[in-house]
Ligand binder design. Structure first.
Ligand code: HEM
Length: 155
């Protein structure tokens, strides 16, 4: 058996090894298959983008920063689990997301609004590019109901 054949055999055996998840036994292959793709990650990004906007609008910069970071992390996760979207997601994170982050850092809502709407235009352009022209994210006209948007102490 050559080294390559041995490696392939070990890999084959390892993929079939069962691991206890706390709920059931799964093979490594099954664990790999259930890693979240953009179909699971993007709706979460949409929810957080909604929160990001209204937190910034209320001057709740700590919450806005948190949502901005979480969205970045989710996009990085998507780029890892779905390499076919890696380039587009990284380009968005390189070009469109930092201006939103900078406006949060400088607590400048006017700059935030410009950068935010620009980023959303770009996101929807990526949806089109990715053969999903029917997906156009839009900002809801009301704040999210499940999280306080005002900083503590603000009426
Ligand atoms: C802040 C920016 C973005 C927001 C708010 C956003 C929002 C969304 C939402 C809400 C969906 C799911 C629609 C639904 O099924 O209900 C979606 C899907 C999708 N988005 Fe984004 N998106 C953003 C950026 C991007 C970028 C940069 C890409 C580049 C790859 C991208 C690629 C996709 C793809 C491929 C899907 C379809 C997923 C699937 O179901 O297979 N999005 N997006």
């Amino acid at each position: 058996m050559t080294d390559e054949e041995l490696k392939a055999k070990i890999k084959e055996v390892l993929m079939e090894v069962g691991v206890w998840s706390g709920h059931r036994e799964m093979t490594l292959e099954e664990i790999a298959i259930i890693q979240p793709g953009l179909g699971l990650i993007m709706p979460e990004i949409g929810q957080r983008t909604w929160k990001l906007y209204y937190a910034a609008k209320e001057g709740h910069w700590a919450l806005a920063k948190f949502q901005w970071e979480e969205i970045k992390g989710l996009m990085e996760l998507g780029a890892f689990t779905r390499p076919k979207h890696e380039e587009a997601l990284n380009q968005f994170l390189r070009e469109d997301w930092p201006p939103v982050g900078k406006a949060i850092e400088s607590q400048d809502f006017a700059a935030f609004e410009t950068a935010f709407h620009r980023a959303i235009e770009q996101a929807n352009a990526y949806h089109e590019l990715k053969d999903k022209p029917y997906i156009r994210w839009k900002l809801p006209s009301v704040p999210p109901p499940d999280l306080e948007m005002k900083p503590r102490g603000k009426q």
